[in-house]
Design a protein around this ligand. Structure first.
Ligand SMILES: NC(=O)c1ccc[n+]([C@@H]2O[C@H](COP(=O)([O-])OP(=O)(O)OC[C@H]3O[C@@H](n4cnc5c(N)ncnc54)[C@H](OP(=O)(O)O)[C@@H]3O)[C@@H](O)[C@H]2O)c1
Length: 321
């Protein structure tokens, strides 16, 4: 099969090769999937560049997320799943068979039904972003009636956090940095969109009401705003690391009895990931998860795809194997 792969970490243009490799066979409990769309996430280019290195065993086919059709199943998997449209999560976690190839194999639970109305591109956008959004939002229980602040509402995680929060019955305020991103966040269903560069951004959020839960992409940059708008006993959940660690204003956090939480998808318990996968597919079936603008690249142009994602393309970068 044709696959994009790297054997060493480094710049995309230097380390990527598109080669013929033997197609993997589905082992016990696994499915073989013909990949139709392969989603690029920051975790993929950080692993490839070495910014957040992951061990490479001979070669690494990148990309955790993808979507396609089950073509074969391994021992112990229901043969009735052959032909099923699926979206994939954590395909490359501890495995060399990422989704940037014509075929991949994953444990059967990591190939989840993709409803007919959902495109392969949307399916390939879900794994890391929507599952992270789900856990950041719902790990402590239902958020119905709560006010949720989603930092960076036009980013991939931010987008699905808005949509899942609205589906869960929360009021949602989000921050963005430009009018085009504001339009995306409004389309996703945010009740209020605030430009975080406005001098009165905190006042605008506060006027919306005290925030119960913040889902935060840039804790250091936004800590003062978060503290200014979060109610006592509220929660700030952070899922991204900035180049410099923020200073922790202990007394302010203590006085407000705040809870700070940190989430990394690779360490979320399997039961929570299974729950997230089921909820996400239910939301897809209900038509309540939507695509961000898609930037498509053929497999041969995977280096350009990674460059686009690294340069902050607005929307999802998708590779078509
Ligand atoms: N912990 C985990 O398990 C996990 C899972 C998924 C992603 N991540 C990490 O989370 C980050 C975002 O991932 P993604 O896939 O959502 O990336 P993305 O689609 O590129 O979105 C990033 C968003 O962050 C926004 N942003 C940056 N600085 C901001 C600030 N100071 N205030 C508000 N928004 C800000 C950007 O908007 P502007 O350009 O308008 O600022 C952009 O929309 C990456 O660092 C990724 O590695 C971690």
């Amino acid at each position: 099969m044709r696959a994009a792969l790297y054997r060493d970490m480094g710049e995309a243009a230097e380390v990527f090769r598109v080669e013929e490799v033997d197609r993997p066979e589905p082992g016990p409990g696994e499915v073989l999937v013909r990949v139709r769309a392969s989603g690029v996430n920051p975790t993929d280019y950080k692993a490839r560049s070495g910014a957040v290195p992951r061990p490479i065993d001979d070669f690494q086919i990148p990309h955790q997320d993808g979507a396609g059709v089950i073509e074969a199943v391994g021992a112990g998997v229901d043969a009735g799943r052959v032909g099923e449209r699926v979206w994939l999560w954590l395909a490359a976690a501890g495995r060399c068979w990422g989704t940037a190839a014509e075929w991949t194999t994953v444990p059967a639970r990591q190939a989840v039904t993709l409803p007919d109305g959902a495109s392969f591109e949307l399916g390939a956008s879900l794994g890391v972003p929507a599952m992270t959004a789900h856990y950041c939002l719902l790990a402590d229980g239902p958020v119905a009636g709560q006010t949720v602040l989603v930092a960076g509402g036009a980013g991939a995680v931010g987008h699905f956090t808005i949509e899942l929060a609205k589906r869960a019955g929360a009021r949602v305020v989000t921050t963005v940095s430009s009018p085009d991103k504001a339009a995306l966040a409004e389309k996703a269903g945010a009740d209020l969109v605030v430009n975080y560069r406005s001098p009165d951004a905190a006042d605008q959020v506060r006027a919306f009401g005290p925030v119960d839960r913040v889902v935060e992409v840039a804790l250091g940059a936004n800590f003062q705003l978060d503290l200014a708008v979060t109610r006592p006993h509220g929660t700030i959940v952070t899922y991204a690391a900035e180049p410099a660690n923020p200073e922790l204003p202990v007394r302010v956090c203590m006085t407000a009895n705040l809870t700070l939480e940190f989430v990394l998808i690779y360490g979320v318990p399997m039961t929570a990931l299974d729950q997230a996968a089921a909820d996400i597919t239910a939301a897809l079936t209900a038509g309540e998860l939507t695509e961000l603008p898609v930037h498509k690249y053929p497999l041969a142009d995977i280096a350009a795809a990674h460059r686009a994602a690294e340069n902050g393309a607005v929307g999802k970068v998708i590779v078509i194997p």
